[in-house]
Design a protein around this ligand. Structure first.
Ligand code: F6P
Length: 554
């Protein structure tokens, strides 16, 4: 029986109880001391894979902790679950389908049979279709209605049809092919549309309507607005196919919109939106950096897949990151997790991981519908360093919350300016060091005395200068940001999220929680526009509707 049909209550496992007890003995654990006592701590709690180096030695962790966490993974059936994921079992139980983003990165010639059909040739057929389109656009063979080559590509999509492509195409800007600029139109806010369209020329712009369902409100409204704009700028209906293409698993809806069938890039219901940048949803990426770089991105992800599949849990990067998250979330009361990239090109990774993690693991029932008995996914937040140091890091250092953090930093910059990269790297390391070491009362007092302050002043100021320390973090280091390393990095987090979902027994691949807001949005819209006269269910919503209508009357 596969894990999703019979989720166990993880809190009843022997290893869970052992971890609970171990947590008590760890109350007095000091990272600072642990480093002092063990000269090999760094080597023993670090590893590399796929061009990424992970240092997880700055955690509230001993060998025993790691052993117990790995035991938990085993008892929770992780090994079986990983195979179920890769082999295309219906790990997304509520929608009765597999989640096969890993199939998108497998080499041509591989075989993956799902319901008797080998999926890998389909994947590579679409990659070839992408290669052809990207080549025609880069070579100036694809022309707009006035026979000019395409200079700007606008991806119209939201959620997974936006965040992954945006992260990657902007992170890999140093690999950009000359000639094509990529833009993103996601929100239904007309101001976003206005600001973007006013910078574009219709005759040289190609729109990609990127929507797995081809039913997403924001995307369809923006696609309609783009079509209206294109016609107003001088484009014609008969040449519309030169300016609008689509990526979707809903071919009929895309055709009904007016997109030619040969310009619709298929995707499949076995790829989730937030896991789809590796599919044709990645077209803007391929247009930005070229197909060879896009394939390097896939091969980087593939190497992380192989590591995840084959490495023992004790030295398995996604498994370890996931288990550390479980350790803090379920045994130390941490409710959030910070993602802190120290690299301009990786600045959007926090947003991508927000969707990846929170839409996947923001769940309260297990695969069989029974309520979970422990906390699940944390709040993911953060942003680019050093900027965060001058904003929210104060709370990381001296706030009352325990917030584990991932620092991500390349050792080589694409754009060396004087000694900036040395300072950037130094800041990254000193933040994790400060989180770990903190500053004791004795140290704070000594510092103040050294400044020549009176004893009264020393005593008054010292409590404010104390920094508790012992706050955990991981540091992910890589060479220069490249397609392969970025592919491995994103796949690392995909698998981390999956491992946690297995531990908690939840479905990482559905997102029913977003549906209610969509439904209610329609009701409110009907009342705002006067198509429905019956009052809203509650006085607050009705009051706010009246406020809007009062302004728009007459
Ligand atoms: O509403 C959330 C969501 O369903 C995401 O899961 C998805 O990535 C996004 O909307 C966009 O969906 P689509 O690609 O079907 O337009």
């Amino acid at each position: 029986m596969s894990h999703h049909q019979h989720p166990l209550d993880v809190t009843t496992l022997a290893s869970w109880e052992a971890l609970r007890q171990h947590r008590q003995t760890m109350q007095s654990f000091s990272m600072r001391e642990a480093f002092r006592n063990d000269p090999h701590r760094f080597e023993q709690f670090s590893l590399s894979s796929g061009g990424l180096f992970l240092d997880y030695s700055k955690n509230l962790l001993t060998h025993e902790t790691r052993d117990l966490l790995v035991r938990l993974a085993r008892e929770a059936g992780l090994e079986r679950a990983i195979h179920a994921l890769f082999e295309g079992e219906a790990v997304n139980a509520s929608e009765g389908r597999p989640a096969l983003h890993t199939a998108l990165r497998r080499p041509v010639g591989d075989r993956l049979l799902v319901d008797g059909v080998n999926l890998i040739p389909q994947v590579h057929r679409v990659l070839n279709q992408m290669t052809e389109l990207v080549g025609r656009i880069h070579d100036g063979l694809w022309r707009g209605y006035s026979e000019k080559p395409i200079t700007d590509v606008v991806n119209i999509g939201i959620g997974g049809s936006f965040l992954g492509p945006q992260l990657v195409s902007e992170a890999l800007l140093p690999f950009a092919q000359r000639g094509v600029r990529c833009h993103y139109l996601a929100n239904i806010d007309g101001s976003e549309f206005h600001e973007l369209s006013s910078r574009l020329r219709a005759e040289t712009t190609l729109f990609i309507v990127s929507s797995k369902s081809f039913g997403t409100l924001e995307t369809l409204k923006n696609a309609q607005a783009a079509r209206t704009w294109y016609l107003a700028q001088g484009g014609t209906e008969s040449e519309l196919h030169r300016h609008f293409i689509a990526v979707s698993s809903n071919i009929e809806a895309a055709v009904a919109f007016g997109i030619r069938e040969e310009n619709i890039f298929p995707m499949w219901d076995w790829v989730g939106g937030r896991y789809s940048l590796w599919s044709a949803i990645g077209l803007p990426i391929a247009l930005a950096i070229g197909m060879a770089n896009f394939k390097d991105l896939l091969s980087g992800a593939y190497s992380m897949d192989q590591h995840f599949l084959n490495a023992p849990f004790e030295s398995n990067m996604p498994v370890l990151l996931a288990l550390l998250g479980v350790w803090y979330g379920n045994f130390w009361g941490a409710q959030s997790h910070a993602i802190l990239p120290y690299d301009h090109y990786l600045r959007n990774i926090t947003q991508h991981l927000q969707q990846l993690d929170m839409e996947s693991n923001g769940k309260s029932v297990r695969q069989d519908g029974s309520p979970v008995s422990c906390d699940t996914g944390p709040v993911i937040w953060g942003g680019v360093g050093c900027n965060g140091q001058h904003a929210y890091h104060q709370l990381l250092h001296q706030g009352t919350l325990l917030i584990p953090a991932d620092f991500i930093v390349p050792v080589v910059s694409h754009n060396p300016v004087a000694d900036h990269h040395q300072w950037l790297y130094a800041n990254c390391l000193s933040q994790s060091q400060a989180l770990m070491c903190g500053k004791t009362r004795t140290e704070a007092e000594a510092e103040l005395r050294a400044k020549g302050l009176s004893e009264e002043q020393v005593q008054r100021l010292a409590p404010h200068k104390v920094i508790p320390g012992n706050r955990p973090s991981n540091t992910l280091v890589m060479e220069r940001v490249s397609p392969r390393r970025l592919g491995a990095l994103v796949a690392l987090y995909e698998h981390k999220v999956f491992v946690q979902s297995v531990i908690w027994g939840i479905n990482a691949f559905d997102q029913w929680g977003v549906e209610l807001g969509k439904e209610l949005g329609k009701n409110v819209y009907q009342r705002l526009t006067g198509h429905e006269e019956a009052p809203a269910e509650d006085a607050s919503t009705q009051g706010l509707i009246d406020y809007f209508r009062g302004r728009h009357r007459g």
